[in-house]
Design a protein around this ligand. Structure first.
Ligand SMILES: [Zn+2]
Length: 98
């Protein structure tokens, strides 16, 4: 009779890998990429599954920066002193509607 490990279905082998991961404490290395794919991070720093996704992440980072900037402009426009200037008919930079 052959040992179960070598004849077991792939799903069972996958389960064994998961169990090994839990025992080894490196289960946290299994990560979900921003594209939705699961991958195993070889290093702790790795957060994306491929270079393409790394680029996507980089682009998202830039979007986040733009979001911060937009937030700053919203606050700037709600500033009482800026509002007062607007009321006086002065043009406020960045007040143009999108
Ligand atoms: Zn990915």
């Amino acid at each position: 009779m052959a040992p179960v490990e070598s004849t077991g279905p792939p799903a069972a082998q996958f389960l064994k890998i998961i169990l090994d991961a839990l025992e080894g404490g490196w289960v946290g290395r299994f990560r979900q990429c921003l594209c939705g794919r699961w991958f195993f991070a070889l290093t702790n720093k790795k957060a994306v599954c491929s270079d393409a996704c790394r680029f996507q992440k980089f682009k998202q980072g830039k979007d986040a920066f733009n979001e911060e900037r937009a937030e700053y402009m919203r606050e700037y426009r709600s500033n009482p002193r800026v509002k007062a200037r607007k009321a006086n008919g002065q043009i406020v930079p960045g007040s143009k509607e999108k």
